[in-house]
Design a protein around this ligand. Structure first.
Ligand code: GLN
Length: 530
């Protein structure tokens, strides 16, 4: 029977519910249980695909083409499994399906209400993942903070599930124990209040995880246990650590997995096998070499906008026994003849994905600088398109060459809107999304990386390389080394004469995991240190 674990958050946002959920999932997975994680987001957008990255950080894309919250990236990176459309549900999705059912007459004339109709839909979406007992555990992270108006229906849904079948449900509440440096004290009151708020909504948490800057002594744990109505073994410390990847180890030391299994009446099975994970951590903590990579983008003030890229570079760095220092470069600041000011101290340049005109010139200049100075270059999606534009303008001498996204009437649309995108007017969920096949030419940097001629990668774009120009590019030294076998869309471009210059129309960063760093990132980093 599938068990359902809920992770709620109290006191403040950004305590790391996603990392805690992923860490618990990792520990259960390491004990041979099958686990999946779901995020319920209390906002009204149908998905984060239309959200500005400044609002919500990166939009993560799953294999089946869902545009999702960046926490799903953590789930996949920690667990080395794929998630899907069903793993991210928003209030927008819930209301939209309830309203559609109402319009179809499915509620037979009843007044449609938050309880039971919205809460039933929430419960349905949670149980969907546990259908046919595919997983031993479904861990559901509730976005937002307890006490928000928006999360009330979710908490109510948990209350109903627990009321109906308490032995298959477990609630973990993550809160903060702040440290007052003036009085040198850790304070438990915010946690008490936050648990009280959950209790007001009818939910008694089973386990409390306390985020803290300083270790919690026995007295504090006892106090929290007493005031919050949990046993002392269920008060778990989550101390600040340098890397998110240390959290599973910390949670294991705190016996979080054992407490969860005992509470749900499940066997403790064998000791967790975390050898690969620990090997990764060892390499991460003891690098033998170092490198410095520039990430060029327009959202660099908010590194969460490039979360998966940053994590992929960390994974690839560890694989190469190399510490990767990141330098975020704002693409709007790069101007002609000043590129050196930004790049003289870096060993590799990565031009990030993006949409719209802002900052595009700086991205094109970055690709040009990497090309002309033989600096390892990785262009992702818009980054690849910028490399293509630079090559047209400065090597093929097509001075007005551009993407029709930036310059609608260019005479040389080297990047153009995809045929199937031309009639689409709605924004949400309408791009070329999710996993597509790519055939790779042997004798290419891509083949050297993947060691395979057939790969699958995830996409999120509307524009593509214009094949009318391909011959001209290949004659002049930029080659298409990856092609979609069904549509002929160019997926990878390279400059064979360059040390390592690769542009990809897809997003390799969505598929890099802790125990399986992505081959393109591994090769990119490798070429910056040799
Ligand atoms: N804006 C470009 C397109 O739609 C690139 C998208 C991206 O970088 N994800 O094709």
């Amino acid at each position: 029977m599938t068990k359902y674990i809920f992770v709620t958050g109290g006191v403040t946002s950004s305590l790391g519910k996603g990392i805690i959920s992923s860490s618990l999932a990792k520990l259960l997975q390491a004990r041979n249980y099958s686990v999946t994680i779901q995020k319920l987001d209390p906002y009204i957008n149908i998905d984060p695909g239309t959200l500005n990255p400044y609002e919500h950080g990166e939009c993560y894309v799953t294999e089946d083409g869902a545009e999702t919250d960046l926490d799903l990236g953590h789930y996949e990176r920690f667990l080395n499994i794929y998630t899907s459309q069903a793993n991210n549900v928003t209030t927008g999705k819930i209301y939209s399906s309830v309203i559609n059912k109402e319009r179809k007459g499915d509620y037979l004339g009843k007044t449609v209400q938050i309880i039971p109709h919205i809460t039933d839909e929430i419960k349905y979406r949670i149980k969907l993942l546990g259908k046919n007992n595919k997983f031993d555990f479904v861990i559901t992270e509730i976005g937002g903070t307890v006490g928000d108006i928006e999360s009330l229906p979710y908490i109510e849904a948990i209350r109903q599930l627990k009321w109906k079948n308490s032995n298959e449900i477990l609630v973990i509440h993550l809160t903060l124990v702040p440290y007052l440096s003036a009085s040198k004290e850790l304070k438990t009151k915010p946690t008490q209040h936050s648990v009280k708020m959950l209790l007001e909504n009818g939910v008694q948490p089973d386990i409390l995880i306390l985020r803290t800057e300083h270790s919690l002594n026995k007295d504090i744990r006892k106090k929290v246990a007493l005031f919050c109505n949990v046993d002392i073994n269920s008060v778990i410390e989550s101390i600040d650590v340098k890397s998110i990847y240390e959290v599973p180890i910390k949670m294991q030391e705190e016996k979080l997995d054992i407490t969860v299994l005992k509470k749900l009446g499940l066997p403790i099975l064998e000791k967790p096998d975390l050898i690969l994970w620990k090997n990764f951590l060892k390499k991460l903590e003891n690098p033998e070499k170092n490198t410095k990579i520039a990430i060029v983008g327009k959202y660099v003030e908010l590194p969460d906008a490039y979360k998966s890229i940053v994590e992929s570079l960390i994974h690839a760095g560890a694989k190469n026994n190399c510490k990767v220092e990141l330098k975020f470069v704002h693409s709007e600041k790069i101007i002609p003849n000043k590129e050196k000011d930004f790049f003289s101290d870096v060993k590799g340049i990565l031009v990030a994905p993006g949409f719209g005109h802002r900052g595009i010139d700086g991205k094109i200049l970055s690709a040009k600088y990497a090309r002309e100075n033989n600096i390892p270059f990785l262009g992702i999606c818009l980054g690849m398109q910028c490399a293509v534009i630079d090559f047209a303008q400065n090597v093929l001498n097509l001075k007005d060459a551009n993407s029709t996204e930036m310059h609608r009437n260019t005479k040389n649309p080297v990047i153009d809107i995809m045929e199937e995108q031309k009639e689409i007017t709605e924004f949400g969920g309408t791009m070329r999304l999710g996993s597509y096949m790519c055939k790779i030419k042997k004798n290419s940097k891509a083949f050297q990386a993947y060691k395979n001629t057939s790969i699958k990668e995830r996409h999120r774009h509307r524009y593509e390389f214009n094949n009318n120009f391909l011959e001209e590019y290949e004659k002049n030294g930029m080659i298409a080394t990856g092609i979609n076998p069904d549509t002929e869309l160019v997926e990878i471009i390279e400059i064979p004469k360059h040390k390592w210059f690769v542009g990809v129309q897809f997003h390799p960063e969505y598929k890099s995991t802790v125990v399986k760093a992505h081959p393109l990132f591994i090769e990119f980093i490798k070429n910056t240190i040799c």
